[in-house]
Design a protein around this ligand. Structure first.
Ligand SMILES: NC(=O)c1ccc[n+]([C@@H]2O[C@H](COP(=O)([O-])OP(=O)(O)OC[C@H]3O[C@@H](n4cnc5c(N)ncnc54)[C@H](O)[C@@H]3O)[C@@H](O)[C@H]2O)c1
Length: 344
């Protein structure tokens, strides 16, 4: 298939682009390059790229694609809370616009990267896809709004699919340090401490970046009736863990590290456990491979092998800090559009 992958220069996109190409798809990327140089290890080989801001995409740029996989977004809760208007502009309005233009251009399938955080404060019960959506941040709210808009766009020729990813982990050449497992392993490697700021009790469903890529691959080629206008939680039951359990996996993976639970961050409303039965039933080609324990070992090896530094960990690979640095340096405008030459 000829596939347009938005956000291909991000954390998940850099892994997904390779897996799509390996599966024989003809991939073109679309990205404004916010984190294009946030690389750990060798530079990834990007597919042909449309270097444009999502808000400026034209219908002509979308012609000739069988499917669009839409990852591009301001993609975390703190970032969304800091810049809620921008989060709605990019994550909501520009995403809905992209879907409308895609439909107009004749794209038949639109895979949307949603998130399990749409369930919000769900408590102890397992949440399936039909559970009420109670987003507690602008980021999660923007994802719910796009899902709602996409439902309205679905028709015989246009199939939206909502892939509600658990929190990702694992190595990507374009690393992110601001997601829980990647963060805990990084701190452990750099300081010897696995530091948990909550009381350790919140539930976090996790999923490896490569497993997310495989879920999208499965949804890309699945029969229309299995996926049409359907939401799927992406992850696996085994990786529904408390923050304390995740931290224990890190202690196991990083020799000599010790666990410190400070509890200083107070109550965290983002606790939920997710039911992954639907994806197993409707997308049997998706067989997740990565446990959190295996991911912690992988990250430890990658950080050591590629020489992760404190500076890179806290600045280059941390979304908020990276964007703030680029804005101060003048290479990124207040509205998150790159200024001047692209940073590659
Ligand atoms: N990483 C996770 O844990 C996770 C979990 C659930 C859902 N998701 C979703 O998956 C998607 C990808 O996440 P990620 O972790 O790879 O994020 P990321 O921040 O690493 O990558 C996002 C990419 O989108 C691009 N982008 C952002 N705004 C853009 C714009 N206006 N125009 C063009 N490109 C733009 C960035 O340059 C970047 O390359 C996001 O939609 C995110 O919400 C991620």
């Amino acid at each position: 298939m000829r596939v347009l992958l938005t956000g291909h220069q991000g954390y998940l996109g850099s892994v997904m682009a390779v897996r799509l190409a390996e599966a024989g798809h003809d991939v073109v990327g679309l990205d404004s390059g916010l984190f294009a140089d946030c690389v750990l290890g060798p530079n990834p080989a990007d597919p042909p790229t449309i270097a444009v801001d999502l808000r400026d995409v034209t219908v002509e740029q979308l012609a000739g694609f069988d499917a669009v996989i839409h990852l591009a977004a301001l993609s975390n809760d703190p970032l969304g809370s800091l810049a809620p208007t921008l989060t709605y502009d990019i994550n909501h309005f520009a995403s809905t616009r992209l879907a409308k233009l895609s439909r107009e251009a004749g794209v038949r399938r639109f895979l949307y990267a949603s998130t399990c955080s749409v369930y919000g404060a769900a408590g102890e019960d397992l949440v399936g896809e039909d559970a009420p959506l109670r987003p507690v941040t602008p980021y999660a709210e923007s994802k719910v709004r796009v899902e709602d808009d996409l439902v309205q766009l679905a028709d015989d020729d246009f199939t939206p699919v909502f892939l509600r990813n658990a929190t990702a982990f694992g190595f990507s050449p374009r690393l992110r340090a601001d997601i829980v497992l990647n963060n805990l392993v990084g701190h452990a490697v750099l300081s010897g401490e696995v530091r948990v700021l909550s009381d350790g009790t919140p539930w976090r469903p996790l999923v490896h970046a490569a497993d997310i890529a495989d879920a999208f691959l499965a949804a890309l080629v699945a029969p229309r009736e299995s996926v049409h206008c359907r939401a799927f939680n992406v992850g696996m039951a085994e990786n529904n863990l408390t923050v304390a359990q995740i931290a224990e996996a890190v202690v196991e993976a990083v020799p000599g590290s010790k666990l410190v639970i400070t509890g200083e961050a107070g109550a965290d409303p983002r606790s939920y456990r997710v039911d992954f039965a639907r994806i197993t039933e409707h997308l049997p080609a998706f067989v997740p491979q990565w446990t959190v324990a295996a991911g912690a070992v992988e990250l430890h090896s990658a950080y050591v092998e590629h020489g992760l530094t404190e500076q890179a960990f806290t600045k280059r690979f941390t979304r908020l800090a990276r964007l703030a640095d680029r804005q101060s340096a003048g290479s990124l405008a207040d509205d998150m559009r790159p200024v001047g030459a692209r940073v590659l």
